[in-house]
Design a protein around this ligand. Structure first.
Ligand SMILES: O=C(O)CCC(=O)C(=O)O
Ligand SMILES: [Fe+2]
Length: 307
């Protein structure tokens, strides 16, 4: 197999990806079919995801970025020597997870939950939709990105037919490191069935160590599928596909698609993105992610059973 000439060497979770055409590639841009919902549904079924380049209003996304970088500055994550909009972090910032920056934030709330995006999902599902109230906001500093996983173990107590929407807030080069998905992995139920139906907040009441961990709000199972993206790909087949992202792009995929992210190989810049969830209004919803102050993975979200 020939080397992929268009792509530089990519890194994920501290590993070099194997850069041959059969193992790595670019996300398929579905903006050519953005109004053709039967075709979009067909592509999700086939590839496992949709990448809609430039679908959202660039200025709205940049306004949301400004609100987020202001919040990151206030949280002392940014180097004050630079304009906050540049999201230059202090040394050692690491993987910053700050969902609270999206609360009472009209720029982010309206981008994700009013206007084009919810309308997209309404048409995609062909019926009324609703979204989680909780928004995952990530500002990832130099170092490792996100390891390979499916989303279901974190949010599988309602429907399994919901979708994740990943939105970049700014330009994300290969070096800054955006999302990557494992093409076709949602079809590998043979490899996923023992992993994907486990719940990260479930614990065995009759196992003292697990019960104690749950009391402390910790997880017995992290939800991680692998710490080694190249090895995982060799097991699953398919290609890791990613892109260089711009404000206005989004990716959406279902609960069974394996995904991860590229490492942030910059010296001092944060990669800012959010992930949100949408589903049919008629289907049950995972209560951990609903309400003004969702319980999430805290102690209140734990579910014990005798194993
Ligand atoms: O942004 C990332 O690194 C991970 C995102 C993710 O796991 C998701 O969107 O479900
Ligand atoms: Fe995820």
């Amino acid at each position: 197999m020939s080397a992929t000439t268009t792509l530089p060497q990519l890194y994920s979770y501290g590993h070099e990806l194997e850069m041959t055409d059969d193992k790595v590639g670019l996300l398929r841009d579905s903006s050519d079919a953005a109004e053709d919902f039967p075709e979009l549904r067909r592509r999700v079924a086939e590839d496992g995801y949709l990448y809609l380049k430039g679908y959202l209003d660039r200025d709205e996304v940049l306004a949301a970025r400004a609100s987020l970088t202001t919040g990151l500055a206030a949280a002392d994550v940014l180097d004050p020597a630079y304009p906050s909009i540049d999201a230059i972090c202090k040394p050692g910032a690491g993987y910053v997870f700050k969902p609270e920056l999206t609360n009472n934030n009209p720029a982010v709330q309206s981008l994700l939950y009013a206007g084009r995006l919810p309308e997209f999902y309404r048409q995609f599902y062909g019926e009324a939709i609703r979204h989680y109230d909780y928004t995952w906001l990530r500002a990832i500093g130099p170092g490792k990105g996100t390891n390979p996983h499916c989303d279901l173990p974190y949010m599988g107590r309602g429907t399994h037919g919901h979708m994740t929407c990943w939105v970049p807030y700014g330009e994300i080069s290969f070096e800054l490191g955006g999302l990557m998905v494992l093409e076709g992995s949602h079809k590998r139920t043979d490899l996923l069935e023992k992993y994907v139906y486990r719940d990260v907040d479930a614990f065995c009441t009759n196992k003292p160590s697990e019960a104690q961990a749950a009391q402390a709000g910790k997880w017995a199972f992290s939800g991680t599928l692998s710490h080694n993206p190249p090895t995982l790909r060799n097991k699953f087949g398919g290609r890791w596909v990613t892109a260089e992202f711009s404000p206005g792009d989004f990716i959406t995929f279902g609960m069974f698609l394996v995904h991860a992210s590229l490492d942030n190989r910059t010296e001092n810049r944060l990669r800012i993105s959010s992930d949100a969830r949408y589903q049919r209004a008629s289907e049950p919803i995972d209560e951990r992610w609903i309400g003004v102050n969702p319980s999430g993975h805290s102690t209140a979200g734990k579910r014990g059973r005798i194993c």
